[in-house]
Design a protein around this ligand. Structure first.
Ligand SMILES: CCCCCCCCCCCCCC(=O)CC(=O)SCCNC(=O)CCNC(=O)[C@H](O)C(C)(C)COP(=O)(O)OP(=O)(O)OC[C@H]1O[C@@H](n2cnc3c(N)ncnc32)[C@H](O)[C@@H]1OP(=O)(O)O
Ligand SMILES: NC(=O)C1=CN([C@@H]2O[C@H](COP(=O)(O)OP(=O)(O)OC[C@H]3O[C@@H](n4cnc5c(N)ncnc54)[C@H](O)[C@@H]3O)[C@@H](O)[C@H]2O)C=CC1
Length: 319
């Protein structure tokens, strides 16, 4: 499906002169122009929006047209909010900007037919190692030599995801933050096998998106989630012990610690299914660690389909 005009793909490098995706005359980061984003949920749609807004041609991939239509509607809504600020006095320029961004964005339910023209693949699908490995393993066989693969995983080791491919040197992590159009940080993650050129390309790509990248090792939670997850888990334990209401805990952290959202508001914003995937994964890896003990309250909400804002109810109601 095409949202706007799909430009003719141009490869970042002519294959003849390419060694592992980099110019053989001088090893320099590949130029990233064509980006495939896999997963049109909260994160994938946000990454697609920002990439299309910054001069990239973007294809957003998901499993159904219905999901992709919803993703594009969300992107249009978010672009309107961006334009309201950015082009406050120039509504026509704002409308032109939105038109141009949507022209740079196409959608597809078939990653295989897009991979040949992709310089970079950013995966933002469900937080499940096997599912991520399966999709990267399949695309690895079809992707051009120079194509860089990156995962937006919150909690899985990048090296484990990369192990399903034969391009360990061209594989890294690009961890964006929610909501992507507003959050300035990107964690750029190198595994021991990620080449310097790939890492530089990912750093550079993040800067072109207008983000501030930080360099991370492939360690659990990278930087932000290594610190955020214990804090959030401690909040839910405090609540489960009856030592504070969720409303008071949220107010306390906003007004006392200056956070824009309290831990329960933020959990609903992130998505309780995603949070459960993260905690269950860490618990499985480190079962003796009391920090990752599962939360009965969280499990109950997820089993009832209360996934936070995206389903209309989580810790709070949104209808
Ligand atoms: C307790 C539960 C136990 C579970 C424990 C387990 C923990 C596991 C956690 C793991 C988490 C993993 C997630 C991850 O990997 C990393 C993350 O992404 S963490 C999340 C990081 N994000 C945040 O912390 C967000 C914090 N919130 C904010 O910064 C603000 O609240 C927010 C910008 C979202 C909204 O601002 P707010 O003032 O509250 O509301 P407004 O609606 O007025 O918006 C302000 C401003 O921003 C514009 N805007 C907002 N969203 C968008 C958008 N999507 N697109 C475009 N523009 C947007 C809006 O238009 C407003 O603009 P104005 O011009 O100011 O009107
Ligand atoms: N929600 C958050 O705040 C953050 C999430 N992340 C990570 O980003 C990833 C995505 O998270 P969200 O966008 O929140 O999830 P989401 O649930 O909103 O979206 C996931 C999307 O992936 C699609 N999908 C699933 N399997 C697929 C497949 N095989 N092929 C194509 N599409 C597929 C789903 O249909 C869905 O649209 C996860 O790895 C998560 O850990 C990272 C930073 C923040």
């Amino acid at each position: 499906m095409s949202v706007g005009h799909i430009s003719t793909p141009t490869m970042a490098f002519c294959t003849r002169h390419v060694v592992r995706g980099f110019s053989s005359s001088a090893l320099r980061p590949a130029v990233i122009k064509h980006v495939m984003i896999i997963g049109g949920g909260q994160m994938g749609a946000g990454i697609a929006q920002v990439a299309a807004s910054t001069g990239h041609s973007v294809t957003l991939v998901d499993t159904s047209e219905e999901i992709l239509n919803k993703s594009v509607k969300g992107i249009e809504g978010s672009l309107k909010r961006v334009v309201k600020k950015k082009f406050a006095d120039k509504p026509e320029a704002g409308a032109e900007f939105i038109h141009k961004v949507l022209q740079s964005l196409s959608t597809s339910t078939h990653a295989e037919s897009v991979i040949q023209s992709s310089d970079l693949v950013v995966e933002a699908i469900v937080e499940n190692l096997k599912v991520k490995q399966e999709i990267f393993g399949r695309l690895d066989k079809l992707a051009p030599q120079h194509t860089i693969f990156a995962s937006n995983t919150s909690s899985l080791p990048i090296a484990d995801i990369a192990s399903s491919t034969s391009r360990l040197d061209r594989f890294g992590g690009l961890h964006f933050f929610n909501p992507v159009p507003m959050m300035k940080l990107v964690e750029v993650i190198a595994t021991p096998a990620t080449s310097q050129e790939t890492f530089d390309s990912l750093l550079n790509f993040s800067k072109v998106l207008g983000k501030t990248p930080v360099s991370c090792k492939d360690t659990p939670g990278f930087i932000v989630n290594r610190l955020l997850v214990p804090y959030m888990l401690e909040a839910v334990r405090l609540y489960e012990r009856g030592h504070g209401s969720k409303e008071d805990i949220d107010i306390a952290m906003k007004l006392g610690a200056g956070y824009p959202m309290g831990p329960f508001e933020l959990s609903d914003y992130v998505g309780l299914d995603t949070i459960k995937f993260i905690i269950d994964g860490w618990c499985e890896k480190d079962p003796g660690n009391p920090l990752f003990k599962s939360s009965e309250m969280l499990n109950k909400l997820v089993s009832e389909g209360k996934l936070g804002r995206k389903s209309g109810e989580g810790f709070y109601k949104y209808k």
